[in-house]
Design a binder for this molecule. Structure first.
Ligand SMILES: Cc1cc2nc3c(=O)[nH]c(=O)nc-3n(C[C@H](O)[C@H](O)[C@H](O)COP(=O)(O)O)c2cc1C
Length: 321
């Protein structure tokens, strides 16, 4: 097996693992010099109620690896829905990890962070060597459930259940809505050309009787048949009502499968025809898409044509047509 195909297989496996929706945690401990260390992890799992055990997997490439696997204890902080910035900070090499985040020592000594949905302060029960990771099993010495809603993570993006519900409810309540796509392949976006030469997002009507109601199969099938290629709908990028008859529009991020689409032209994400788009809302939407794609961190817009809110999370609807 060549190196390239080994890398490809790893990437495919990582993507498949990414289909499992998880929460997001920050694993923390104190180093020998009492300095707090911590990093973002979504490999947390509850293990046992009696005795109370949990587990998390630590990459051997992590700078925290040696310290965390040898520490007497560690804490798992379950991030709340509004703590995406904390997740990002503890996942990159940011010296501000603990200065920009309030924390205090938990009852067993490991740092517990402010504002989390729940935390578990553990003693080290067992460390199991497992390939390029180690599985760390902790015995819960103390914990606190703050009853907040957790931050979700799937396919490389954050989401919150509240937003997903909002979008799904909006789609379920509408007899028909328009599904638009920011359809991407190889860092290019597919745009449709309208009769006046302006560009627009590919879009098509989806009817509730076709099984819409928040199920991704209906919009995925409709978009796939419109474009003549398989599509994978990702997170919802925008949900808005337009002025014409208060019609509901749901715009999905979407990956295009193999083959030449039946319509449209490809443009590089960083060179979209922003001055030749059909309307200002499409320009705003695509400008936001390009900016967010550059940092690989997407938000969802909820509102109408004129105004609304950009929420720091995404609703998840995924299906291959
Ligand atoms: C959502 C998310 C989940 C992650 N899950 C894990 C994990 O379970 N285990 C792990 O070792 N790294 C995980 N990482 C990667 C680490 O957070 C990242 O490599 C971090 O920089 C390690 O910090 P360190 O090198 O200072 O220890 C995750 C990153 C993100 C964004």
């Amino acid at each position: 097996m060549s190196d390239t195909s080994a890398e490809d297989k790893k990437k495919a496996l990582r993507n498949a693992f990414g289909s499992f929706m998880t929460g997001v945690t920050i694993v923390t401990t104190l180093a020998d010099d009492d300095q707090p260390i911590g990093f973002t992890a979504n490999s947390f799992a509850s293990v046992s109620l009696d005795p109370p055990l949990l587990s998390v997997c630590v990459a051997k490439t992590s700078r925290s690896y040696e310290t965390i696997i040898k520490a007497d204890g560690f804490a798992i902080n379950i991030l709340a829905a509004d703590q995406r910035d904390v997740s990002d900070r503890f996942a990159r090499r940011d010296p501000e990890r603990f200065t920009a985040t309030n924390w205090e020592a938990g009852p067993n000594g490991a740092p517990v962070l402010s504002g989390v949905a729940a935390w578990f302060d553990c003693s080290r029960e067992q460390t199991i060597d497992a390939g390029d990771h180690a599985i760390l099993i902790g015995r819960i010495e103390a914990f606190k459930d703050n009853a907040g809603q957790g931050l979700g993570y799937a396919r490389g993006a954050y989401f919150t259940a509240a937003l997903e519900n909002k979008a799904i409810q909006a789609a379920a309540a509408a007899p028909e809505y328009t599904a638009g796509v920011v359809a991407v392949r190889d860092s290019h976006v597919l745009l449709d050309r309208s009769s006046d030469g302006k560009y627009r997002l590919p879009s098509c009507p989806v009817s509730a009787t076709a099984g819409a109601g928040g199920c991704a199969a209906a919009p995925a099938a409709a978009v796939s048949s419109m474009l003549g290629v398989d599509v994978r709908l990702g997170f919802i990028f925008s949900v808005y009502r337009d002025g014409v008859g208060d019609a509901l529009n749901i715009v999905y991020r979407c990956e295009l499968g193999e083959g030449k689409p039946a319509r449209g032209h490809f443009f590089p994400i960083d060179d979209l025809p922003l001055d030749a788009l059909i309307d200002v809302s499409t320009r705003d939407l695509l400008s936001r898409f390009a900016a967010e794609a550059a940092v690989n961190s997407f938000n969802t817009y909820l509102g109408d044509e004129k105004g609304g809110v950009v929420l720091p999370s995404s609703a998840m609807v995924t299906a291959w047509a």
